[in-house]
Design a protein around this ligand. Structure first.
Ligand SMILES: Cc1cc2nc3c(=O)[nH]c(=O)nc-3n(C[C@H](O)[C@H](O)[C@H](O)COP(=O)(O)O)c2cc1C
Length: 290
């Protein structure tokens, strides 16, 4: 395998552009040999309080994708810091913690608790489509995105990615807000709203009724979002959505991503990231849309 080039953003060096996406590789404590060869891992989303998640079933396979309604099941920040984070100290790649909340003050408290933690960065998730307490995602309003990211930025110097949604909002507006608030990068995109019904009864297939669509079905739209923001705004972009192959990665790099995340592909094959890495060589790679 030809060596892929390092990518430096702010203070962080990524040994290759591949990052394991939040919620699709646990906390990085499994398949450690895979994790260590990636450019980074983003943990499952953490909230201030523990969350039991949504009712089952939580996953529904669709044409070229899947719907999930996990509902951010996680042990909460205190248990994460005490019981999980110490075991991740041996990781030989960038460890980025994904945080989520319902209001600005949740993010302030999470950032405060993480500010001295032994981690490489924070991904601010303002785009989870399957939290049932709130009708609206924080990431659907540029002003709220600005408030959330500013609140986190005030509490920490750590590398910040803001994970944006494209559900009923132009991500260019929210990417601008994230940039203005001091985010070091934006991730485009989180899952898209979706629902699946039993064709006979009309009953929802997911316990949480609706969920987030991911996988190859969303790739062209995710790629469009990256291209749209990259061609209008100067901020490092982490592309995400349906990436399953080295060619998919190259497409996202051409569209303007500096890094990419591999999500649902890990659920089918935990070695997907490694297999993509082996096929990827940036020796002759010249980014940009021709
Ligand atoms: C089962 C599952 C759980 C997820 N959990 C999270 C999460 O906790 N936080 C988050 O920001 N994104 C979460 N995501 C979204 C992924 O990180 C990724 O943004 C999305 O799936 C699109 O990428 P993909 O098409 O490659 O899967 C989850 C996705 C799936 C499929």
């Amino acid at each position: 395998m030809k060596k892929t080039q390092n990518i430096k953003i702010k203070n962080l060096i990524f040994k290759n552009p591949l990052i394991l996406a939040s919620g699709t590789f646990s906390f990085g404590d499994k398949f450690i040999s895979v994790v260590n060869q990636m450019g980074g891992i983003i943990t499952k989303g953490i909230t201030l309080q523990p969350r039991p998640g949504n009712p089952m079933p939580r996953i529904w396979e669709t044409a070229s994708g899947l719907l999930n309604s996990v509902g951010l099941e996680n042990p909460g920040i205190d248990a994460f810091l005490k019981n999980i984070l110490p075991g991740l100290a041996q990781l030989k790649t960038n460890l980025i913690v994904n945080i989520s909340g319902n209001q600005v003050k949740d993010f302030t408290a999470l950032a405060e608790k993480l500010s001295d933690a032994d981690i490489d960065g924070i991904e601010i998730n303002v785009s989870c489509p399957n939290i049932r307490e709130t009708d609206k995602m924080l990431g659907q309003d540029p002003k709220t995105v600005f408030q959330v990211v500013s609140a986190v930025r005030r509490k920490t110097d750590k590398f910040l990615i803001t994970k944006l949604t494209a559900n009923f909002i132009d991500p260019l507006l929210t990417a601008q807000a994230a940039k203005d608030a001091g985010s070091d990068a934006v991730c485009l995109v989180n899952t898209l709203y979706g629902i699946a019904l039993d064709s006979n009864t009309g009953k929802p297939m997911l316990g949480g009724i609706f969920g987030g669509l991911s996988g190859p079905a969303i790739k062209p739209f995710a790629l469009f979002c990256v291209w749209r923001v990259a061609s209008r705004l100067k901020i490092p972009i982490v592309g995400c959505g349906g990436i399953c192959s080295a060619d998919d990665v190259r497409e996202f790099l051409h569209a303007g991503s500096s890094l990419v995340q591999i999500g649902s592909a890990n659920l089918r094959n935990p070695y997907a990231g490694l297999e993509i890495l082996h096929k990827l060589s940036d020796k002759n790679f010249k980014g940009g849309v021709k």
